[in-house]
Design a protein around this ligand. Sequence first.
Ligand SMILES: C[S@@+](CC[C@H](N)C(=O)[O-])C[C@H]1O[C@@H](n2cnc3c(N)ncnc32)[C@H](O)[C@@H]1O
Length: 291
Amino acid sequence: MESSSAISVKDISHDPSYYTKAFNVFVRHSTEHQMLATWVETIFPRTVVEKIPISKHNQEEKLKILGFGSGTGDLDYTMIAQLLKKFPSISNTVVEPNPDHIVEYKKLVASKSFGSDVDFNWRQQTWQEYYQECQQLNKIKKFHFISAIHSLYYVEDPESTILDIVSCLDEGGILLLVLISENGGVIRQHKRFLSDAQRVVGSETICKILEKCQLKFEAFTENSTIDIACCYEAGNQDGVLLADFINNVKLQESGPPSFVEEVLSYMREGAIQNGDQILLDTEWQVFVVTK
Ligand SMILES: C[S@@+](CC[C@H](N)C(=O)[O-])C[C@H]1O[C@@H](n2cnc3c(N)ncnc32)[C@H](O)[C@@H]1O
């Protein structure tokens, strides 16, 4: 069998429309998005909404928020609904490089309108492009709240990115970060089959960065599962997309069938059978950083 280290794997994030399809399948097969939505409805109000000082946001000034890699917007939408309970109007900057995700997010906004209470500034670009543009124009806009939910994986230097994001926060502003941890099934796969450069950064590394930079933060650890049973059904297209999303690469295009078999069988070993389901555990952490 060819050794996995000899395989040149194809990162799925380099193909935005494929990534969108794979991400949507992941959302359907994982309990995580629902759990995050519940977290936003139950814990977010006291850990984030209550802590953003109201004195700075009178009727004339809008609450300024930014989504870093908002994806299709469903979680951002839930957070905005909570923020509107305290702040009457919001200006939301969406920094999202994937055009398909922006289209989906705009559809969501059109279908569940916030009316004139929220205005959207759509930026179809990466965070790095956005930040560089602000620097070049010498116009670093300050925000009261910034969220980066499962999107810090895609930057080269998480430490400098975190510091750049914090520099865009108003005094007392809050940054919400969500990342998977190394204890879960996803990073277990990455550690086995990907090089350091291809692997996503885990929440443990981010925690160390926050400590090193002496940022003030609270951390929450949660667990969810991904039902990977479809990955083992011959001809199941969802299964192909889900396995690719979890492993962060286009498996079928990355190597011989023996490689795909090796990856899938290692993933199954790390999961548990529950009736018809095969459940892969994912642990993730939420960091609430206050400036
Ligand atoms: C796993 S998805 C998470 C989407 C959303 N936050 C959620 O949890 O539903 C990661 C998102 O980050 C976006 N992304 C990737 N690289 C990025 C970058 N350099 N700057 C900003 N967003 C990025 C992707 O396009 C994708 O929409």
